[in-house]
Ligand binder design. Structure first.
Ligand code: PMP
Length: 362
């Protein structure tokens, strides 16, 4: 049916986001390893805060997120006045595109970069520009070569999703130093906590006028369903983003539960330690049975098969055994499966099924 009512240019180029499969029909015992969630769920302190949150449902939340920002600032050693909170870091990415990129502007990111960069750029009317990777890692020279006098935003997820690979801080510094003057570098640290010794880009965002960091409560803090993320950067950027942000974008529940999660040291320590242990375990054993993995600094591994058909067949075998992992065709990686690091039992089940599968392939 033709209609004169049309969206803004670019909107119809957005492919609908395909989230990770959540369930297998008829199987209550399925294990979901498709969305990089914390296998231990939310911590006790967050759960308790959630139970308390029902008391004031009729009241509007605070608009300035002051308590949550103060808690984030104190945990990460940052300036609370330079933090902005959003409904997931997705929303902060959206604010950045709304505020800085419009028609005629370009938004640069790496091949196999997170899908939201393209969605948010197109939604803002801007043009997405993809820079090629090198060795399945973001290539800073390629990013710089992709920049023009129309580049307004450059997004780098570090560690990257779905590859799990990382760019060293020295390379990020070189990028920040050499960007065109009108461009803002966004360091997406959704998985930063899992990368040992990495601050997520905090020091760079603290010191440079052209660097912003985004972070999330969805991964390490186990709150993917709550939808809370945040950004940190130079005051001039935070002041701009605050104008775009809806005044009540986070409910009281979102603010209170996220704040509680920040102080749950025991849950954070256990989640980090188990992820590091099982990530190394799974990668090593997958490699030993002939399935390559990229060096992961996140809470998932990207398993690489001979070709797309083999990856698809392995995915079917995993589903038949009640294991849901993530196909990454939409990232241009049809020969790969992204597997969230589950608890030990889940990792053992995954390894067992893939081992059986590979033996049938031999
Ligand atoms: N950045 C990256 C690289 C991600 O993988 C994700 C989640 N898949 C996000 C940002 C957004 O996470 P959230 O909106 O849950 O904070």
């Amino acid at each position: 049916m033709t209609t004169a009512i049309q969206p803004q240019p670019g909107i119809l180029d957005i492919a609908l986001y395909q989230g990770g499969t959540a369930k297998i029909a008829g199987r209550d015992d399925a294990i979901k390893l498709s969305s990089n969630e914390n296998p231990f769920g939310a911590g006790d302190l967050a759960r308790q805060a959630y139970m308390r949150a029902g008391h004031e449902l009729h009241r509007y939340p605070t608009t300035d997120h002051a308590a949550l920002r103060a808690a984030i600032a104190s945990r990460f050693g940052l300036d609370a006045g330079r933090i902005i909170c959003g409904a997931g870091s997705d929303e902060v990415i959206t604010f950045l595109c709304q505020a800085y990129a419009g028609p005629g502007d370009e938004v640069v990111y790496s091949q196999h970069g997170f899908l939201m960069y393209r969605i948010s750029a197109l939604a803002a009317g801007a043009t997405p520009v993809v820079a090629p990777e090198r060795d399945r890692t973001t290539d800073i020279d390629a990013i710089l070569a992709a920049c023009t006098d129309r580049t307004r935003l450059v997004f780098i997820a570090n560690p990257n999703n779905p590859t799990g690979t990382m760019v060293p801080v020295s390379e990020l510094e070189r990028l920040a130093d050499n960007l065109p003057a009108q461009a803002l570098l966004v360091l997406d640290g959704a998985y930063a906590e899992y990368a040992e010794g990495y601050d997520g880009g905090a020091a760079l965002a603290d010191q440079r006028q052209n660097v912003v960091m985004t972070r999330t409560f969805s991964k390490l803090f186990g709150l993917g369903g709550l939808r809370v993320g945040w950004g940190y950067g130079p005051q001039h950027v935070i002041d701009v983003l605050s104008r775009v942000r809806g005044p009540f974008n986070l409910s009281t529940t979102q603010q209170d539960v996220a704040e509680a999660a920040l102080s749950d040291d025991a849950h954070i320590a256990r989640s980090l330690a188990e992820n590091a242990r099982m990530r190394a375990w799974l990668a090593e054993r997958l490699n030993a049975i002939g399935v390559a993995t990229d060096p992961s600094h996140a809470n998932f591994v990207l398993a690489r098969f001979r070709d797309a058909a083999q990856a698809e067949a392995c995915n079917a075998a995993l589903l038949a055994d009640g294991l849901i992992v993530r196909k990454v065709d939409s990232y241009g990686l049809p020969e790969c499966l992204r597997i969230t690091i589950g608890d030990e039992a889940a990792c053992r089940r995954v390894l067992y099924t893939i081992t059986q599968f590979m033996e049938r392939q031999a």
